[in-house]
Design a protein. Structure first.
Length: 399
């Protein structure tokens, strides 16, 4: 550039990206210290981070830098632990469910018509798949008018339908604007509520795995929350009983408490949501509206569906937030089975089953098996040579 050389100052402040963003967790321990990154006293109290949740890209970028600096500070005695994080969980990616319309390829004679054929009929046509905005699709059925208004090119499009509907194709792909499969969480919250969104994301699968988003499946979670809500109501009237819970009700809620407590420790949130559904179905079948049972249910579900839990918690007469409520302890006594199902076999072949008390004596088990109305068909009046009882499992009658 001759005489008019443009000079730029050398960038010397290269540390923030490598150091500052990699040691911020230490600064949280002593944020007002103007003499050091963190005092040894503060670090001795807080120690290293208990849990770090982040995407897989962190494992080869940010976390390597954090370990570098933490070990450097450890070697010089500024921090107590040589590792910055005790536990790492890499959450999986939420993938998108893309939808396609199928455009019939134009004829060589210059036909300019824009024709789309439904997915079940594409075998009869030469088509080009085109991504379509998933927000125009419900249960794979295309909103034709919305599609026509999407682009001037499609304004006068013709559609070859199946049973009066245009059925889109689909595929699981990475969420991307170019694939028109990005789901706006604000739209989901507006339509279904924040608790439904939270529960559905957890229900999709294990936290570490990548999971396909499917708006079609969110209806089931929404129905579950309505069923949960209805446990507290008789029609539109809030109605909760102060009666003593029945054994089956106690068994159901304590089974849930045990399961969810273990799942939270193991980050198995998807199986917790399944356990909620089972418990609510059981309590609905039992017509349970006992305050003791439902109060525990509200507390247990509150980390998963905090908004509906908070509302019901106050309707139950509480004046403090459900977030401050103690997570209930389960009682193993309520989980014990009172009965066991025996397979009743004759000469080694299972013929029917019997549900008998767990503590039934051996002689009574043999008698129950032989006097059952189904037994006569297989004994045909013969006396057993031997009866083998495997406690809690099987009765084998040898003839």
């Amino acid at each position: 550039m001759g005489q008019n050389k443009i000079k730029y100052p050398l960038e010397l402040a290269t540390m923030p990206g490598f150091a500052g963003s990699s040691a911020y967790y230490l600064r949280y321990e002593d944020p007002h210290n103007d003499k050091a990154l963190v005092s040894r006293e503060a670090n001795d109290y807080w120690r290293n981070v208990d849990l770090y949740v982040g995407g897989t890209e962190h494992a080869t970028g940010h976390l390597i830098y954090s370990r570098f600096w933490n070990k450097f500070l450890y070697d010089y005695g500024y921090v107590k632990d040589d590792e910055p994080f005790k536990k790492l969980i890499n959450q999986g990616m939420i993938q998108g469910r893309s939808n396609f319309v199928y455009r019939v390829k134009k004829e060589e004679d210059g036909d300019k018509k824009c024709v789309f054929v439904s997915s079940g009929l594409i075998a009869d046509y030469d088509v080009t798949p085109i991504h379509v905005d998933v927000n125009m699709v419900s249960n794979d059925i295309l909103d034709i008018e919305a599609f026509r208004n999407w682009s001037p090119e499609y304004h006068n499009a013709e559609f070859i339908l199946e049973n009066g509907k245009y059925v889109c194709g689909w595929a699981v792909e990475k969420m991307s604007k170019s694939m028109y499969n990005v789901v706006n969480p604000d739209d989901i919250v507006e339509r279904f509520g924040a608790d439904t969104l939270r529960l559905y994301e957890m229900f999709l699968g294990p936290v570490e795995q990548s999971k396909p988003w499917d708006t079609n499946g969110i209806d089931g979670v929404s129905r579950f929350l309505r069923k949960f809500w209805n446990l507290f109501f008789n029609g539109d009237v809030f109605e909760v009983s102060d009666g003593q819970p029945a054994p089956d009700e106690l068994k159901s809620i304590h089974k849930l408490i045990k399961k969810v407590g273990q799942d939270i420790e193991n980050f198995s949130f998807n199986t917790s949501v399944a356990a909620f559904m089972i418990c609510v179905n059981e309590l609905t079948a039992l017509k349970c509206n006992k305050r003791q049972i439902l109060s525990d249910l509200v507390i247990v579900i509150s980390p998963f569906a905090p908004h509906i839990a908070e509302e019901l918690w106050h309707r139950l007469g509480n004046t403090t937030t459900v977030c401050d409520a103690k997570f209930p302890d389960y009682n193993e006594d309520y989980l014990k089975e009172n009965t066991v199902t025996y397979a009743i076999s004759f000469n080694g072949k299972t013929r029917f089953s019997l549900e008998l008390p767990v503590d039934m004596p051996r002689e009574e088990i043999e008698k129950a098996a032989l006097t059952n109305e189904n037994a006569a068909k297989w004994t045909e009046g013969r006396q057993p040579k031997k009866i083998i009882v495997v406690p809690g499992k099987i009765v084998n009658v040898v003839l």
